[in-house]
Design a protein around this ligand. Structure first.
Ligand SMILES: [Zn+2]
Length: 129
């Protein structure tokens, strides 16, 4: 990884982060929360509904269930789950983030190329943790 923005929520770490680092905003731990096999995604985010999985990640259709899926796919599900929860700022006190709102989350997502509104549509289909 060579960028300072969280791939999942767009938070600016202000330094290059790596595996084991946890995003203070979405709370995801890189190389941990994002290491998922297809069957784990299927269970955790799709309630074992393969049709849902296909809608959200057609790329993994021909991937074996026991295979770990590409990071950009797991990031997609973690991002959708975060959106579904209302884009909460996980470690607000530690980072002294006050008055964090959904508008801030929308701006962050915009910076990494995602439209909040289109994410919400998909997010409503996934199963929350
Ligand atoms: Zn994040």
């Amino acid at each position: 990884m060579d960028m300072t923005l969280c791939y999942i929520c767009g938070w600016d770490f202000k330094e290059i982060y790596s595996g084991g680092d946890i995003c203070p905003c979405c709370g995801s731990e890189y190389d941990f929360d994002d290491c998922l096999e297809k069957e784990e995604i299927l269970e955790k985010y799709c309630g074992n509904d393969r049709e849902k999985l296909y809608i959200m990640a057609p790329e993994v259709d021909d991937v074996d269930d026991e295979k770990e899926v590409a990071r950009d796919i797991t990031w997609r599900f973690i991002r959708l789950s975060w959106v579904k929860k209302g884009c909460p700022f996980k470690w607000a006190q530690k980072e002294r983030i006050i008055n964090w709102t959904i508008e801030d989350a929308k701006k962050q997502l915009d910076v990494i190329g995602y439209s909040y509104d289109s994410l919400v549509t998909l997010a409503n289909k996934i199963i929350s943790e």
